[in-house]
Write a protein that binds this ligand. Structure first.
Ligand code: B1M
Length: 213
């Protein structure tokens, strides 16, 4: 459908006004919200994710796309619900205790939302207890943690240790990322996945949910 391709293209360009007006046009033409999401918005978001990973587009471009995506999602959300779309999987994210850096974490949240997940963002300086309490209350299966300091990345291990101590190992899965974090470190502390950047965080969350389904 041509209009879905145009939505994807304008989203990739980060033109929020065009994305909003095309989404309104598609809804008015009777196209299902689920089709607009899968055939337009997610296609554009995926393209930006691939380009971001290849350093062909940069942070300001991604933020523009993310803004347009969020506006379009707001427009289609009521229709998605009435169409009886399955509830989206929830992901809890936050920057670990003692760490006030939140730009990368925010980007992870935006990309996950763009990929269709319901993101509960606990902000920065989040304690292990709060991560786990929220995951339990929300019935989420994934916690995504960000750390930017070598001194605070140990906070990720504290969360994983608490998950294990509470007998939630295998039920509550973890994705870790942030500049000082590495694949090796993630393995060492027992994280379920390591994501180098925000777009890889989406792949990790998808893979973990598929494996644990
Ligand atoms: Co700070 N800071 N900072 N800082 N700061 C760094 C991290 C630092 C590397 C600068 C330096 O010295 N070269 C250094 C850390 C050294 C270290 O530990 N190895 C540092 C320091 C020392 C500090 C303070 C201690 C400085 C001081 O007070 N003396 C202090 C600590 C405060 C605290 O947290 N308790 C501090 C404070 C701050 C500001 C508040 C001023 C500000 C943060 C503002 C904010 O976030 N709202 C700040 C900033 C901006 C930076 C730099 C310049 C930029 C960080 C950033 O946002 N990058 C940073 C230097 C640098 O990184 N070059 C630095 C952009 C962002 C998109 O990248 O967050 O890496 P990033 O996210 C990436 C990936 O890492 C990944 O995806 C993103 C890309 O797609 N990713 C994930 C991140 N989280 C993920 C989670 C995932 C998956 C992927 O799954 C869940």
């Amino acid at each position: 459908m041509e209009i879905l391709t145009r939505i994807a293209e304008e989203l990739e360009l980060g033109d929020d006004e065009r994305v909003v007006s095309l989404t309104e046009e598609a809804l008015a033409a009777g196209i299902k919200a689920q089709e607009i999401l899968n055939g337009g918005l997610l296609v554009g978001m995926e393209a930006v994710g691939v380009k971001f990973r290849a350093h062909e587009v940069f942070l300001p471009d991604v933020l523009l796309t993310a803004k347009a995506m969020n506006l379009a999602l707001k427009l289609i959300e009521p229709t998605l619900i009435t169409e009886g779309a399955p509830e989206l999987d929830k992901v809890i994210i936050g920057t670990v205790r003692g760490d006030l850096h939140d730009i990368g974490k925010n980007l992870v949240g935006i990309m996950l939302r763009g990929a269709g997940f319901k993101v509960i963002d606990l902000g920065k300086d989040v304690s292990p207890e709060r991560f786990i309490k929220t995951a339990r209350e929300e019935g989420a299966r994934i916690i995504g943690m960000s750390a930017l300091l070598t001194t605070t990345m140990v906070g990720m291990k504290d969360v994983i240790d608490l998950i294990n101590a509470e007998g939630l190992s295998g039920k509550l899965l973890t994705v870790v990322g942030g500049a000082p974090v590495s694949e090796e470190y993630a393995r060492k502390i027992g994280a379920d996945a390591y994501a180098f950047d925000a777009s890889r965080a989406i792949d990790c969350v998808r893979d973990l949910l598929a494996q644990s389904a």
